[in-house]
Design a protein around this ligand. Structure first.
Ligand code: PLP
Length: 372
């Protein structure tokens, strides 16, 4: 039988079994609309309340600060447009290495004559807090810097960046889609005003996420509709997915240290196993556990991906093939990676489900392909 090894956990993760079981009753029996006043809808309403409380506890927020959305993309759009489209301070500072959900929201407001500054990271993909400080003006209304990068796994000094924004009276948003459930996040300790999350990156279902909005933050609704989510985000709640998201997040957060240590040990073993190959590991050493972006000089990432796929291994590439040319990703460009290496980049991302045997298999197949 053909082997199948999933090593693209930064793209999405396998649904947690407990989350699946927790979701089932709300798909099959407890399907009442949580907005209805009759008793049949009560379990759905209760489930939403409980899920909000569980999620809030995982990040040390208050339940009323959690707003359910359709995922990371919507949360990012809402944070940026919801704050800046009605603010007298209209400008945004973000980074060059954000996910497209942030970059394209930034492009959108730029067309409406908001100024946007894109901070360049250093070669490890880290934003220098002093650079942020220099770029804040009297018109800056929001700083949006991702917690951890989805391509190279670099982790930002969020507390420092947030403090700088606050010292200048500016709100701080972080896209924590890759980080939450994998590294500890305490919104009060960090001082964050807005945080985006997506369930499918932490073993929850797809198409569901949340935006943390600190109490008292001035933000307008992004989706106008009914009175759900305190009239801030209309639309009948996706109760089953919300329940699954809360369960998956709690399971991950309850085991965060052991998962971190285990996934990091897989990463160390993988890098040791491919040690003989000539490659650069992007993002330095202190990256998100298991998020490994590696670049091979003179190779083609797309071809590495397909040859690994033939061996039953799913990984991702750092560059996209555009008919005859390779387009280097905006992240690899921003960190200044040499083009010869950049086009030969793959991202291997491990999760808690991966085993040491799988890691050895991937390393061996990769060595054969790169040397072959
Ligand atoms: N932000 C980051 C950093 C991501 O990695 C992703 C997903 O790849 C998103 C936002 C978008 O999240 P979603 O797929 O839930 O819309």
């Amino acid at each position: 039988m053909k082997k199948f090894i999933y090593a693209d956990n930064a793209a999405t993760t396998k649904l947690d079994n407990d989350a699946f079981e927790a979701m089932k009753p709300y798909l099959l029996y407890e399907y009442g609309n949580a907005s209805q006043p009759y008793s049949f809808a009560r379990p759905a309403k209760k489930a939403l309340k409980e899920a909000r409380k569980i999620i809030a506890e995982c990040i040390n927020a208050k339940p009323e600060e959690i707003y359910f959305t359709s995922g990371g993309t919507e949360s990012d759009n809402w944070a940026i447009k919801g704050v800046l489209l009605h603010n007298v301070k209209k400008d945004l500072i973000t980074s060059e290495i954000e996910h497209k959900a942030v970059l394209n929201s930034a492009n959108f407001i730029e067309k409406l004559e908001h100024n946007v500054k894109y901070l360049r990271p250093n070669s490890k993909g880290i934003i220098d807090p002093s650079n942020l400080e220099k770029n804040i003006t009297n018109n800056t209304g929001l700083v949006s810097i991702m917690y951890a990068n989805n391509e190279i796994g670099s982790i930002q000094p969020i507390k420092e960046l947030c403090n700088i924004a606050h010292q200048k009276g500016v709100l701080f948003h972080t896209d924590a889609v890759q980080a939450i459930g994998h590294i500890k996040i305490d919104v009060q300790e960090l001082g964050i005003d807005l945080l985006s999350a997506s369930a499918h990156k932490f073993n929850g279902p797809k198409g569901i996420g949340f935006l943390y909005i600190k109490s008292g933050i001035d933000i307008i609704p992004y989706i106008d509709g009914g009175s759900q989510e305190n009239s801030f985000r209309g639309g009948t709640e996706n109760v089953a997915s919300i329940v699954g998201m809360a369960c998956a997040l709690k399971n991950n957060c309850d085991h965060i240290d052991e998962n971190f240590a285990y996934i990091k040990s897989l990463e160390v073993e993988f890098l040791k196993s491919i040690n003989g190959l000539n490659f650069i590991k992007n993002g330095g050493q202190d990256t998100l556990p298991g998020n490994i972006s590696i670049s091979f000089k003179g190779k083609n990432g797309e071809s590495l991906l397909h040859r690994l796929d033939l061996k039953g291994i799913s990984v991702s590439t750092g560059s996209a093939c555009n008919s005859s040319t390779m387009q280097v990703s905006h992240v690899l460009r921003a960190i200044g990676l040499n083009e010869d290496y950049a086009v030969g980049t793959i991202r291997v991302s491990f999760g808690k489900e991966n085993t040491i045997e799988e890691i050895h298999y991937i390393a061996n197949e990769l060595k054969k392909i790169v040397n072959g």
